[in-house]
Design a protein. Structure first.
Length: 146
């Protein structure tokens, strides 16, 4: 089986994420996305947007907000590598993403990404703006493309 990259629209990527992601819904908004197919159907998507952390939102940094596959081998690492190549091609100097501390990050390591540090993980809900958490609240690892 040969994997190939292809363009994808936001509605198509969001539908794929809703069907296949283990613990997240589609992110809010995006700059762009890429899909990977096996010659017959889409087997994975990556979505890229502005960094969620305000401190990282410097105009030159992007964040992989979702990477989701149906389990096809090598699809995720292909998407992470392509996301970094496109980001550099658009003039961005940094691409980051977060993984749960419990996730090994094998696809990111295969694509050449580095673990930078662990974040504490927390709720987005605060007294002035209560929210219902729909995501895992545990520690996360910030990773950077290189």
């Amino acid at each position: 089986m040969t994997l190939s990259l292809q363009p994808i629209t936001w509605p198509e990527a969001a539908a794929f994420i809703r069907e296949h992601h283990r613990h997240h819904l589609p992110s809010q908004g995006w700059k762009w996305g890429i899909a990977v197919n096996d010659g017959e159907k889409v087997v994975g998507v990556v979505t890229v947007g502005r960094p969620v952390a305000r401190a990282l939102d410097d105009g030159l940094t992007l964040e992989v907000t979702r990477c989701c596959t149906d389990g096809t081998p090598h699809a995720a690492s292909m998407l992470y590598g392509a996301a970094w190549r496109v980001s550099k091609g658009l003039g961005y100097t940094r691409l980051v993403t977060y993984t749960l501390k419990a996730e090994p990050g094998t696809s990111l390591i295969a694509a050449g990404w580095q673990a930078l540090y662990e974040t504490p993980g927390r709720s987005w809900s605060v007294p002035s703006r209560p929210r219902v958490d729909t995501h895992p609240l545990g520690q996360k690892v910030l990773r950077e493309a290189s």
